[in-house]
Design a binder for this molecule. Structure first.
Ligand SMILES: NC(=O)c1ccc[n+]([C@@H]2O[C@H](COP(=O)([O-])OP(=O)(O)OC[C@H]3O[C@@H](n4cnc5c(N)ncnc54)[C@H](O)[C@@H]3O)[C@@H](O)[C@H]2O)c1
Length: 268
């Protein structure tokens, strides 16, 4: 049986009833953590993730909260602390796209993506840091006072035509993550980002669900395969565990080489 590196630690994973969040919640549960499976719609999917985590012998609970709403985020943390006593790990994963040509983008499309992808990460991280500071380090569980993992994207560095709102939200996450990491490093709170390339989830179905789309996507990926949520889950366990104790403020790209300027493999 795999070593349970996160035993007795409690994790909140936002947007954990689908895609990458689901993969991360399951991986953290397998590693022994109690997991809060946050969702905003589709409680059945959230409950299925909870049942899967329980099947590994870990504890899990589905909590509904819209991460862009301050009162709902505060309540989610209160419910988590009531159930599991504290929070050790936050995975700020919830995110979405509302794509549009830039000159046609409405203020509502811009604001909605910023509210969920960036303000949502601010609100959850703030509540997590408050709880980490209140509780302090518990050496039997972790040498860190708390861990925050932000789900960013290769689009924190790769500009993306037709997705100005999304790319801006991910660029913002980079500075948010680095600033929190710098501000609370002395208190042993570690904050890092995972920057996925193309991962097979509902958010990007159009990029992989026909052979033409898939082949065109492969031109962007030197490793020649699309990623899966399990790839991200393994990295999340590493970043949440003491194995990564000396890593803070890092953006870890997990993209099959998408950020290696693949066009230069044959051109340039
Ligand atoms: N799939 C990819 O290729 C890829 C690449 C880079 C980054 N990402 C990022 O990974 C994260 C997860 O995306 P995914 O690919 O799993 O897509 P997904 O659509 O499967 O999952 C997104 C999750 O976020 C939830 N969510 C949306 N709005 C919410 C809100 N207001 N409050 C709470 N939850 C909310 C959704 O319900 C869903 O559970 C996102 O932040 C996304 O930007 C994905």
């Amino acid at each position: 049986m795999a070593e349970k590196k996160l035993l007795n630690q409690t994790a909140i994973v936002t947007g954990a009833n689908s895609g990458i969040g689901e993969g991360v919640a399951i991986a953290l549960g397998k590693a022994g953590a109690n997991v809060v499976v946050n969702y905003v719609v589709d409680p059945e999917a959230a409950n299925a993730v909870v049942e899967k985590i329980k099947s590994f012998g870990s504890r899990a609970l589905a909590i509904q909260a819209d991460v862009s709403k301050e009162d709902q985020v505060i309540k989610m943390f209160q419910q988590t602390i009531q159930q599991f006593r504290t929070v050790d790990i936050l995975v700020n994963n919830a995110g979405l796209q509302r794509d549009s040509k830039f000159h046609e983008m409405t203020l509502a499309q811009w604001q909605f993506v910023i509210d969920v992808n960036l303000t949502g990460q601010f609100l959850c991280a703030r509540e997590a840091v408050k709880e980490f500071l209140r509780r302090g380090i518990v050496p039997e569980r972790s040498v860190a006072c708390g861990k925050i993992i932000c789900m960013s994207s290769v689009h924190q560095v790769i500009p993306w035509a037709g997705h100005a709102n999304y790319a801006s939200s991910k660029g913002g996450i980079k500075m948010l993550m680095e600033t929190i990491a710098q501000e609370y490093g002395k208190q042993k709170i570690r904050v890092n980002s995972i920057c996925p390339g193309a991962i097979k989830t509902p958010i990007n179905t159009k990029a992989w669900d026909t052979p033409e789309a898939y082949n065109s996507l492969m031109e962007l990926i030197p490793e020649n395969r699309i990623g899966v949520p399990e790839d991200i889950g393994k990295l999340a366990v590493f970043l949440a565990s003491d194995d990564s104790d000396y890593i803070s403020g890092a953006s870890i790209f997990i993209d099959g080489g998408m950020t290696l300027f693949p066009g230069f493999a044959t051109g340039g």
